[in-house]
Write a protein that binds this ligand. Structure first.
Ligand SMILES: [Zn+2]
Length: 318
């Protein structure tokens, strides 16, 4: 399928829009650093960085707001919802899956940037802009079409370490973000790929996979209910609504003994004796609709529960 990407550059209107964006960048390695530099060039001023390695994070302090520690802990659902875009630049597929998972629930546009050998790859999934958007874990079934690179504002820093695939991935991510924000890509889910050795690019429009393990039954925006991470049904609940214990939930985190994160509420109550359970959130079907139980904002009250760690403690433990 040939597609028309308008030749028009990112316009003054779009620049105005870029200036208003609030962007979360996960990872400040080579891809992340290049992305942040490109975002600055494009006029994106509000960039927050989530990076657990101080050596990578320190050079960015002052220019960006830096959150130390693991993004899975720091970038809570509530915080994630304050961003226009979140971008994962971590070289770990599990991290990309995790950000995909949270952005689906938070209904936030997400980009994923990574490299595979000489390939710089960026996926854009505008969840907030497109109701039936494919997610990172949906299968890509569409054919790739050549991508006219001249229409992308791609700025890549020179490097003396050979082919700058990571820099290209960072630049490509910024270019796609600008296009999605400007509406120039008609807000479709897209995976763009550039071969750094051949200089060839391809672009695939991604369609939602009805059998996708992650987004299959999700109707966005997912209602989010903030609740305590405590699994003790009161006597009145067990007396009046015993079927509540039969409710199935899908946990955000893989927990030993609960393959795929799926389980019955009754099993969680038994296993964790009242909680908390090591998960950020759980998805449950209520009245035919998936809702999210968010455990991240309301802390356990009991003195025996793990205290909230400080940023300094988190850094030390990472
Ligand atoms: Zn999906």
């Amino acid at each position: 399928m040939a597609e028309n990407i308008p030749d028009a550059d990112v316009t003054a209107d779009a620049s105005h829009r870029l200036d208003q964006l609030h962007v979360a960048v996960v990872g400040a390695g080579r891809i992340g650093a290049e992305l942040i530099r490109n975002l600055g060039d494009l006029g994106v001023r509000r960039v927050d960085v989530y990076e657990s390695d101080p050596a990578a994070a320190d050079p960015l302090r002052g220019r960006c707001t830096v959150f130390d520690g693991d993004f899975w802990d720091e970038l809570t659902l509530s915080r994630l919802q304050t961003y226009d875009f979140a971008i994962c630049t971590v070289h770990d597929r599990a991290a990309r899956v995790r950000l995909n998972q949270k952005c689906l629930v938070a209904n936030v546009n997400v980009l994923q940037a990574w490299t595979e050998g000489p390939l710089a790859i960026v996926g854009a999934y505008p969840f907030r802009m497109l109701r039936d958007c494919a997610c990172f874990e949906c299968d890509a079934t569409s054919d790739a079409t050549p991508m006219p690179l001249a229409t992308l504002k791609l700025s890549v820093a020179a490097t003396d370490a050979g082919i700058p695939t990571a820099s290209i991935a960072g630049g490509l991510a910024a270019a796609l973000l600008a296009r999605v924000a400007a509406g120039a890509h008609h807000a479709v889910a897209r995976r763009a790929m550039l071969d750094a050795t051949l200089g060839q690019g391809t672009s695939v429009v991604l369609t939602r996979d009805p059998g996708c393990v992650r987004c299959r039954s999700l109707e966005r925006p997912v209602p989010i209910v903030q609740t305590r991470n405590r699994w003790v049904p009161s006597n009145s609940v067990t007396a009046t609504c015993p079927e509540a214990l039969d409710q199935d939930v899908r946990l955000s985190d893989e927990i030993e003994g609960f393959p795929g994160g799926s389980c019955r509420v009754g099993a969680l109550v038994e296993h964790f004796h009242g909680g908390p359970i090591p998960a950020k959130f759980a998805l449950a079907e209520v009245g035919g609709r998936t809702i999210c139980l968010d455990f991240e904002e309301i802390r356990p009250e009991s003195p025996g529960a793990a205290p909230t760690r400080t940023t300094a403690q988190r850094s030390a433990s990472n």
